[in-house]
Ligand binder design. Structure first.
Ligand code: UD1
Length: 416
């Protein structure tokens, strides 16, 4: 199994180019199922999750052509409207085929994802919403089995804010009969990017980016071209890396407008970030100041940046209190950060992080995608060598992480 070996202490300087967003590319690839005509996508990141999604769509009969960051998905014929367990269990986002399959084919069979490392993560809101749109849904042998001759527009209010739930329902509604209103919708920029792509395909959607999305169903969607937005979590991860190590790095293509909560916390920490059309330039020197934060749905502080900020707080001046409100078991990186010398106490969904002047390298284990990213940030600061085991998590969500970091002066190598 691949490991990442980091020799800490290097100052980072230069330019990193930000990739397309994983969490936008995955739902947008699923949107291709909604049309008989091809969907051409640019800025698709080279990530294992994207490869898994392409494989899943190909198994359903979608013709996939990929060249560099361009992917063309042609769902002229969908032969097998099914997402098997072996793919859904490695990538929960596979649940995003449910809405499009049901809307386009009138049937879908999608494995229930089951538990995952960061918590139970049920999909009841996806199921409830589709049922309210007239689908007959049952769970058989671990699979969601759904049928609907044609979905009907309706008024939906989700019980909680769910990103992929909103995306599934919005996609399903594009081909439904009449108007669907989704209240309590997720406002994440990735929901907006998906809506923009769907509108290019001929969908009638308004309100994406607010908590009330209105979709008027159309008979069919058509061919379109769309460029996937920049990855705000990749951008945020590099921002914290530079904040922790000190340095001066231009994150080319980074979109500051999607990172307000993160940039506000970095400003509090004493890190200078300058946004321009070209991206975000980040400059830091000396120890950051500790920050308190609480994760919340967008535009609140993203749960996908919580672990990286825990690494940053580990070496900050002062004590930072981190509260995780989205996932119940998302502090697994804390145990690994302790092995590097961090001082962290966990009480329920709160982590109290007392900054220490230095971390020291050790062997640590990656437990999920963003936990792995926090260990990379910590490894970049720690004295001596940090070996991060199980980095397949990182390969799911970060494109060319070690070469991007090496290019700005980090000492990072992959050991096979
Ligand atoms: C998405 C992101 C993930 C991010 C998360 C929260 C993708 C592919 N993944 O995940 O990176 O960490 O948003 O910003 O975009 N919930 C239910 N029932 C449901 C759906 C969700 O109880 O039917 C709960 C979840 O267990 C969780 C909370 O709602 O506690 C938010 O989850 P959700 O927004 O759905 O996360 P994902 O869409 O899976």
């Amino acid at each position: 199994m691949d490991k990442l070996v980091i020799e800490g202490g290097a100052r980072l300087a230069g330019e990193i180019s930000i990739s397309g967003a994983k969490n936008a590319a995955l739902p947008i690839l699923c949107a291709s199922l909604l049309s008989r005509e091809p969907l051409a996508l640019a800025n698709v990141p080279a990530l294992n999750d994207v490869v898994t999604m392409r494989r899943l769509l190909a198994r359903m009969g979608v013709e996939m052509h990929a060249e560099g960051a361009t992917v063309v998905a042609d769902a002229g014929r969908v032969t097998t409207p099914e997402a098997p367990y072996d793919l859904v269990k490695t990538m929960r986002a596979a649940i995003l085929v449910l809405g499009p399959l049901l809307a386009r084919c009138g049937e879908a069979r999608v494995s229930l994802p089951g538990g995952c490392a960061i918590g139970a993560r049920p999909v009841d809101q996806h199921i409830k919403g589709l049922a309210a749109m007239g689908a007959e849904i049952s769970v058989e042998h671990g699979y969601i089995v759904a049928r609907a001759a044609r979905l009907k527009g309706t008024h939906l209010v989700t019980d909680l804010v769910t990103v992929t739930g909103t995306e599934n329902l919005m996609m399903a509604a594009t081909l439904a009969d009449g108007e669907t209103v989704i209240e309590n919708a997720a406002r994440e920029p990735e929901v907006v990017d998906l809506a923009n792509c769907l509108v290019r395909m001929g969908a009638n959607i308004s309100g994406a980016g607010s908590d009330r999305i209105v979709v008027n169903g159309v008979a069919a969607l058509h061919s379109a071209h769309h460029r996937v937005m920049a990855d705000r979590i990749e951008t945020g991860t590099f921002l914290t890396a530079v904040a922790a190590t000190g340095g001066d790095v231009m994150l080319a293509g980074g979109e500051a407008g999607t990172l307000d909560a993160v940039l506000a916390k970095l400003a509090e920490a004493g890190v200078r970030c300058e946004a321009s059309d070209a991206g975000i330039r980040v400059r830091a020197s000396g120890r950051p100041r500790a920050v308190n934060l609480r994760t919340a749905p967008y535009p609140g502080f993203p749960t996908d940046m919580q672990a990286q900020f825990m690494a940053l707080n580990s070496v900050a001046e002062g004590t930072g209190v981190i509260t995780e409100t989205i996932f119940e078991n998302r502090f697994m990186h804390a145990q690994e950060l302790l092995r590097l010398g961090a001082d962290i106490e966990i009480e329920g969904n709160t982590a109290i992080v007392k900054g220490v002047p230095r971390l020291t390298g050790a062997t640590v284990m990656a437990t999920d995608l963003r936990a792995s990213a926090s260990l990379v940030v910590a490894g970049l600061i720690a004295e001596g060598e940090t070996v991060i085991d199980r980095i397949y998590h990182l390969d799911r969500g970060y494109e060319a992480l070690e070469s991007k970091l090496s290019a700005v002066g980090a000492r990072v190598t992959r050991r096979r």
